[in-house]
Design a protein around this ligand. Sequence first.
Ligand code: FEO
Ligand code: CA
Ligand code: CA
Length: 661
Amino acid sequence: MGFSRRTRAGERESAEDTGVNPSANATIGDVIAARFARRDLLKGALGVTAIAATAGTMAWLRADPAVAQAASRFAFSELAAGADPDHHVAQGYAADVLIRWGDPVLADAPAFDPRRQSAAAQKMQFGYNNDFLGYFPMPGAANPSRHGLLVVNHEYTNEELMFPGLGRQDLKEVGFAGMTEQLVGVEMAAHGGSVIEVRRGEDRWSVVVDSRYARRIDLDTPMQIDGPAAGHARMRTAADPSGRRVRGMINNCAGGVTPWGTWLTCEENINYYFSGTMAQTAAEFRNHQRLRIPANGYAWGRYHDRFDIGKVPNEANRFGWVVEIDPFDPAAMPRKRTALGRFKHEGAAGIINSDGRYVIFSGDDERFEYVYRFVTRARVDLTNPRANRDILDDGTLAVARYNTDGTLDWLALVHGEGPLTPANGFASQADVVIEARRAADLLGATKMDRPEDIEASTATRKVYVVLTNNNRRTAQQVDAANPRADNNFGHIIEMIPPDGDNAAARYTWNILVRCGDPAVAAVGATFNPQTSRDGWFGMPDNLAFDHQGRLWIATDGNSAGRTGRTDGLWAMETEGAARATSKHFYRVPVGAEMCGPVFTPDDETLFVAVQHPGEAGAAGPDAGAATYENPATRWPDFHPDMPPRPSVVAITRRGGGRIAS
Ligand code: FEO
Ligand code: CA
Ligand code: CA
């Protein structure tokens, strides 16, 4: 979710930024400080040869882009970092808009008219704020990298940019005064997901009209609840006495693509959608408080009782899950896989373990929340995709504890083990998964700096965890030995399984890079000195590996005011002498965040999602008070009557060939 949306209404700002984790567990800042004494940091104990604090400003200013070019396996001329109303890609590449908010997904969708938008139209059109992208080659296609399905998450809505004459509604003094039932209906229809069939022609990619696979998923789509929480009393409502059927999914951020051909889409900041009040003595009060429900970010509860926790206290338990969808069957009911736990799931990328079991990693994206892992009980059957249909219902959920000796323990969230007993309010595994955060508190998991995407390299089996930032440590959480007590720009942790066993109970860990401007010594960034002035970034968010095993990093939160650059995509070396060398490849228009990077199997196309272009920046200078009438950019149409539109972009190399090769 966009940085600025997180910090909208003043009353919500402090709670969101400090987090709600009440446990006394160690923070990753404490652990890093204890593991790496400052002296060792300066000697390069983090796996890089030098850091900015020793290199100094002048060394960085002298950094020669030609040197980075020579060291990098990524063959492209680096893009200049900057901030302006358009998007930009490295020289020699084309970046074509594939589909925009409001474009048809279903064949009978009406033409997009932002001044007369309706829920009925939006239900057939491409939704708002595209985030995760997954590519599925079309079975039997002549070239599987030129014909496939693209699945897209629609994470959230910006009413101030979507609706004429409305302005920001979530500010305390506004209180959603302008949000009619009709506008709320459009918002609910603009959430969820899209499945589109895409094809690469002579010239460029296009969406196949009248595709039999085309699908829009929104807040009315019936979904099945599976796994340990299915049917439990805490999952039942008056509208669903079975506790097994829920309408829709919300705030779907990142996700994953399974080896058996399904789309995993992750419910993240669900707390924003709930409002109302609940007695402190109510059964779900403690549970909801641990997820900061309600956070009153939308007016949905005014028109739909299920989003009012005072009226339907259990509805919130039916969100916050990983949802599995078969993209090739538009009639297939999406499944909420409760075995993977309930929290603010950023993503659900996975890897087939050396023994054949599937291992999924998922960050809980809030300050001081945790990193989780799920290992299936069954082995993946690649010869028969249907055999894997329900393997995500049975397995072991675990949470990470990073130790100061460089090891990392995966602590299992299993009912009856350790503190997860009736005495602590866990009567069954259903209670454990519904209250995964509280269970993880009791196990002693390490509190992280907003875990975003986590991706495993199939080449090395190392796992990379993005911690986007944490600028709200309190004085008690600052340690004099920790040069980055105030982690404003984020960092990336590398987790190393023993002998390639991603299901092992104990890993080791290291830091790949601390982000931010290496020219400012106080920032303490640790990019490889061969990184150019365009090559560094702050606030990493999404990760992608190409099919050559190389890491690409998308960001959320850079701006002219904060880092002198918009968000975008950077190519990052992870091994050898060039480790932590980063190169800038693509950047988004002002106000936007970079999401969803995914490569076709031949690495000739890179799809990216440009989310919330024109949104007001966190620090303001990019956009000021961005509205429908006065957005920071009108990308991609640049038409005076058209607002900015979140869009998917297809990046290809001019003249053909693999990207960055
Ligand atoms: Fe939706 Fe964690 O970003
Ligand atoms: Ca984000
Ligand atoms: Ca994200």
